[in-house]
Write a protein that binds this ligand. Sequence first.
Ligand code: CA2
Length: 154
Amino acid sequence: MSAAAAAPRPAVLLLHGPNLNLLGERDPAQYGTTTLADIEKRVTNLGADLGADVVCAQSNHEGVLVEQVHAARSMAGIVLNPGAFAHYSIALRDAVDAVDVPCVEIHISNVHAREEFRHRSVIAPVAQGYISGFGVDGYDLALRGVLLRAAGTR
Ligand code: CA2
């Protein structure tokens, strides 16, 4: 038997904000046809391949999202699509800033090619990384990035 203790399996919170429960149901030109359940399954499967547990949550309510970020305090990282809250929720920004957990912000669409009010994220300055415009492939990049950060290798 090896004397070395097994490294704890990292857990990552995959958190979605308002209206993202509608993915795949409407507006395929902007967001594609993949549903939120498909994304959660894809990220969970990639997490398993990378040796990590993925905990999935979605809410349309700002305070619930804040509490879910607080609850991730003991986790290795957060992959966050804040939806429209990215552009104005100081409460969600402060929650991400308050927990000492690496967070990657992700947007499915290229927000910089859209309306000007989507160009600004109040969360990006307190996140470790930011991904926008790669469609649902962006989630793979976000998970890999947050796990590299959590392992302290990047
Ligand atoms: O591109 C993204 O991932 C966004 O976070 C999506 C948000 C938007 O407010 C952000 O600016 C960018 C909106 C999500 C709305 O999702 C829907 C899905 C299907 C039908 C209608 C809305």
